[in-house]
Design a protein around this ligand. Structure first.
Ligand code: TEU
Ligand code: CA
Length: 542
């Protein structure tokens, strides 16, 4: 168990993201819940993770599955009670697992008390908790669009004003320029810190300092001022980890966000690697060009070494399943899922495993009327309405739609994959008969045990946390190989990103290195389809 009072404990931690709606139902309503998470803590302890990033469980009308909060200090009843939440924190702590709460500070639900007050009148004390502009009907202040489609402005006739929302109209943006907003949020964060959570994931944190009149959404002029204040006033307890979601972050900005002096956040989720295989319109797919991915990771690994901290992820609740995206979810599902895990977990940073990633769960294709995510539904409506051929729109949804990640966790080969006793809110992936946790726990060669070994290796060998990063074969379009080095230890990570058998000459220095982990029996020949190898060399044993 990690000593979480130690500064920077999260640098040697591995976190696991839970999307509560899809994790485990225990009361037969087809929706995951907090008692369900508690019932699965032993599974997570067996995997070896140190913290759970828990997607929002707060009171919410669920327009955006909880990223539209109507009461930050109450639990959405179908997920359970505050007592359930306090029990989850306690029970997780007993297993050395911290709970990282998901904080949505950029916006609330329009059903939040603050907005219900704000919209009553221009002189209501809460009116300036949000971003308003005078205007006439059908003439918004500018042509800014919301992430989920439509205008970023919604008119309130009795006020003669528009309010700003970067996401859905039911997610009005909070006005961070108002010190009363910031204080109210800091008070709420201290409430959760007081309950013993281990830290926070901060939703779209690079968007809180928006300047709509100049069409600025991310990296507004006061962003780092706000983050320093947030860190100082809210992350009051030593050892709280904070990870900010920052779609706009580049290496230079991430150095500020994750400054080792602790003035802002512990780390950020940056998305440069996630944007390499799409072009033009959102979710329009292009093939991944491996040298581009390698250059991207090289930039981030070397860019933050000793002056910041990387989070390492490939999956989350907004992204398609990585084995379908960059691996092979057919004949080589298991090999490629393991290869991708080795590629990621061999690097410097804090890894995040998204629920089901450790099982090699895959994307799903549903009839359009079975999708639930508003981003999918709005995109389908908007694009078909302007004449984009339906098969083209569906191709984007199948490849990148967020519901790919939100199908129920596959626990067994029984009804509804053991997730629920009734038909769940979103269909179970039909491959649950073979892709499920029970089968994985029975199979010593499963992806589950491969992830378990990776997690254990990071704790056993300091080089995973501290080593430098050097990319090898930068232009090779099939192999991703890199080395990690400290004075005494050396790692070689080699990944075949293809279903082909490919010759690979290990650097002479690693000729007698120890094979720490592979997704195949140790061989001396060429790399087999999606083969991954992690070799280890220590000066002591030379
Ligand atoms: O996501 C930020 C965000 O912009 C995503 O919506 C992403 O750009 C898009 O889904 C990619 O297709 C955060 C949360 O992770 C997401 O679930 C929320 O919907 C969003 O903020 C609003 O809170
Ligand atoms: Ca339930």
């Amino acid at each position: 168990m990690l000593d979480k009072t130690k500064r920077g404990w999260w640098k040697s931690a591995v976190f696991y993201q839970i999307y509560p709606k899809s994790f485990q139902d225990t009361n037969g309503d087809g929706v995951g819940d907090i008692p369900g998470i508690i019932s699965r803590l032993d599974y997570l302890e067996q995997l070896g993770i140190d913290g759970i990033w828990l997607s929002p469980v707060y009171e919410s009308p669920q327009e955006d599955n909880g990223y539209d909060i109507s009461d930050y200090e109450a639990i959405y009843p179908p997920f359970g009670t505050m007592e359930d939440m306090e029990k989850l924190i306690r029970e997780a702590e007993k297993r050395g697992i911290s709970i990282i709460m998901d904080l949505v500070l950029n916006h609330t639900s329009d059903e939040h008390r603050w907005f219900q007050e704000a919209r009553k009148s221009r002189d209501n004390p809460y009116h300036d908790f949000y971003v308003w502009r005078d205007g006439r009907p059908d003439c918004p202040p500018n042509d800014m669009r919301g992430v989920f489609g439509g205008s970023a402005w919604t008119y309130v006739p009795h006020l003669g004003q528009y309010y700003f929302h970067q996401f859905a109209a039911k997610q009005p943006d909070l006005n961070w320029d108002n010190p009363a907003v910031r204080e109210a949020l800091y008070q709420m964060i201290r409430f959760w810190a007081g309950k013993g959570v281990g830290g926070f994931r901060l939703d779209v944190i690079d968007q809180i300092a928006k300047v709509p009149d100049e069409k600025i959404t991310a990296n507004g002029p006061r962003l780092h001022e706000f983050l320093r204040e947030l860190s100082e006033k809210a992350f009051v307890r030593e050892g709280l980890v904070s990870v900010g979601e920052a779609w706009s972050a580049d290496v230079e900005r991430a150095k500020q966000f994750s400054n080792p002096d602790g003035s802002e956040l512990s780390m950020v989720f940056q998305f440069e690697h996630i944007c390499l295989d799409q072009k033009g319109e959102k979710w329009d797919v292009i093939p991944l060009h491996l040298p581009a991915l390698k250059r991207c990771f090289d930039r981030w690994q070397r860019g933050l070494h000793n002056c910041g901290w990387n989070s390492l992820f490939m999956d989350n609740h907004d992204l398609p399943r990585i084995v379908s995206r960059w691996g092979n979810d057919g004949a080589y599902r298991v090999e490629s899922a393991k290869m991708l895990a080795a590629m990621l977990h061999g690097m410097q940073g804090t890894p995040y495993i998204y629920q089901g990633e450790e099982l090699g769960m895959t994307n799903i294709r549903l009839p359009i009327d079975q999708y639930v995510d508003l981003e999918i539904k709005n995109l389908y409506q908007e694009r078909t309405a302007r004449g984009v051929p339906e098969e083209e729109v569906l191709r984007s949804i199948y490849a990148r739609g967020r519901d790919n990640a939100r199908t129920p966790m596959q626990w067994t080969d029984g009804d509804q994959a053991g997730f629920s006793d009734v038909r769940p809110w979103l269909p179970v992936n039909p491959n649950y008969k073979t892709v499920n946790a029970a089968a994985a726990l029975e199979d010593p060669d499963s992806t589950f045990y491969f992830y378990q070994k990776l997690i254990a290796l990071r704790k056993q060998y300091p080089i995973f946390q501290d080593g430098s990063f050097t990319l090898l074969l930068p232009e090779d379009e099939q192999i991703f190989a890199y080395r990690r080095d400290t004075e005494k230890e050396h790692l070689l990570v080699v990944c075949n990103f293809t279903p082909d058998t490919i010759p690979f000459d290990r650097p002479a220095e690693f000729e007698n290195a120890r094979l720490l982990l592979s997704n195949y029996e140790q061989g001396t020949g060429p790399l087999r389809p999606y083969e991954a190898q992690i070799y280890y060399l220590s000066e002591e044993t030379q």
